[in-house]
Write a protein that binds this ligand. Structure first.
Ligand code: NAD
Length: 355
């Protein structure tokens, strides 16, 4: 590990984490620990049964459910949820689901100041961060604020046993993307770097097992552990080119979040690996140069590999490259619109990167 020459700041980790199989049963205890009396349980329509069963389990501590969470946290859904929150007499929220549900919990918490417990069921990694992306009139804006970060996160491995195969892979690559960008972030510190590398080892060990035996509890635990580490790292450092491109493509062409991350990652990693030694630990983990190693890992896991399969045309790549250079942001390697256009071409074709 090379220490940053000008020192570093480690901001501390403020979220309480309860990790392990069967930990969902400890939700009531965690609500009470935060001083909560009545929790509104949130989910997407898909996971309404999970939310209702958790609400039943909470008994008198439940203020009911709101099961209309949607991708990219639309403000109109948040307004409806806030109305339900007020009418229910709730004093805290419990979000059970992926990044979409956790986003809704964050949107309610930052507007009302109430405590939130997040119970993630994917590896996307919103639960540990102070980041909230919201959509209004078709535009997604992202902000960071301490009031957005959940107070408690419950990682129950059992909830991930039935995560569908495709979502397991794409959401794991979404998590690894946080780890890659944490490694070369301008405000990286030795603790976030340790977390990112440890997470990659966990994914490398666990994901191939899940391809063969999706309900393997030990591999599920490993992968969820990796997701926790990546989410934590994401919550304390700035993100760069990879997240920007995923945001531009998702926002402009409405492509699915986790798939977009999964396809772009080997290419953004390859592009940046030329400019930094921070990704060197990945070579030993993935057995090749960082971008190529990740591409091999994704291919073996049956991940989607080509932007064209998400319905993008080559003309869309021109548009995306143009938008991606409109604002400046930190990145280990400077780039031009042409650089981005060729990176996107490789991702569109699904070519194995050289580096
Ligand atoms: P998601 O939350 O949209 O979930 C996709 C679908 O899968 C939903 O219908 C959900 O109910 C279902 N699902 C979730 N877990 C399941 C399980 N275990 N079994 C069966 N079905 C399950 O998808 P996601 O990839 O977790 O989250 C994507 C969203 O999260 C995006 O809006 C993204 O911007 C956001 N995100 C935010 C941050 C942050 O720090 N703010 C970080 C990562 C992702």
């Amino acid at each position: 590990m090379t220490l940053p020459t000008d020192g570093f700041i480690f901001p501390g980790i403020s979220t309480r984490v309860v990790f392990g199989p069967g930990t969902l049963a400890r939700t009531a205890e965690e609500v009470e620990r935060l001083g909560g009396n009545r929790a509104l349980v949130l989910s997407t329509p898909n996971q309404a049964d999970d939310a209702k069963s958790l609400s039943t389990q909470l008994g008198a501590l439940s203020a009911g459910t709101f099961c209309e969470a949607a991708m990219h946290t639309p403000v109109e859904v948040t307004e409806k949820a806030l109305e339900a929150f007020r009418q229910s007499g709730a004093d805290c929220v419990v979000s059970i689901g992926g990044g979409s549900t956790i986003g809704l919990g964050k949107a309610i918490a930052t507007r009302t100041g109430v405590n939130q417990i997040a119970i993630p069921t994917t590896y996307a990694g919103s639960e540990m961060t102070d980041i909230l992306g919201e959509t209004e009139n078709g535009r997604k804006t992202t902000r960071r604020d301490a009031s957005i970060r959940p107070e408690t996160v419950i990682y129950d491995v059992d909830l991930t046993l039935t995560l569908p195969a495709q979502m397991t892979v794409t959401s794991a690559l979404n998590a690894i993307a946080h780890g890659v960008e944490a490694l070369y972030a301008p405000d990286a510190n030795p603790v976030t770097s340790l977390m990112a590398v440890e997470a990659m080892r966990a994914f490398k060990a666990g994901l191939p097992v899940l391809r063969e035996t999706p309900r393997d509890a030990e591999a599920r635990a490993r992968v969820l552990y990796g997701a926790w580490l990546c989410s934590t790292a994401l919550g304390y450092v700035a993100m760069s080119l990879h997240h920007k491109l995923a945001h531009v493509i998702g926002g402009s062409f409405n492509t699915p979040h986790a798939e977009t991350h999964a396809i772009l990652l080997p290419h953004t990693t390859s592009f940046n690996s030329a400019a930094t030694d921070a990704l060197k630990p990945m070579e030993e983990i993935f057995g090749a140069t960082p971008g190529a190693g990740l591409w091999d890992f994704a291919k073996q896991a049956d991940a989607p590999m080509r932007l064209q399969d998400l319905g993008l045309s080559e003309a869309d790549l021109d548009t995306a490259a143009e938008i991606a250079v409109q604002n400046s942001y930190a990145n280990p390697r400077p780039f031009t619109q042409d650089d981005i256009r060729s990176l996107l071409q490789a991702a569109w074709e699904g070519r194995r990167p050289e580096h």
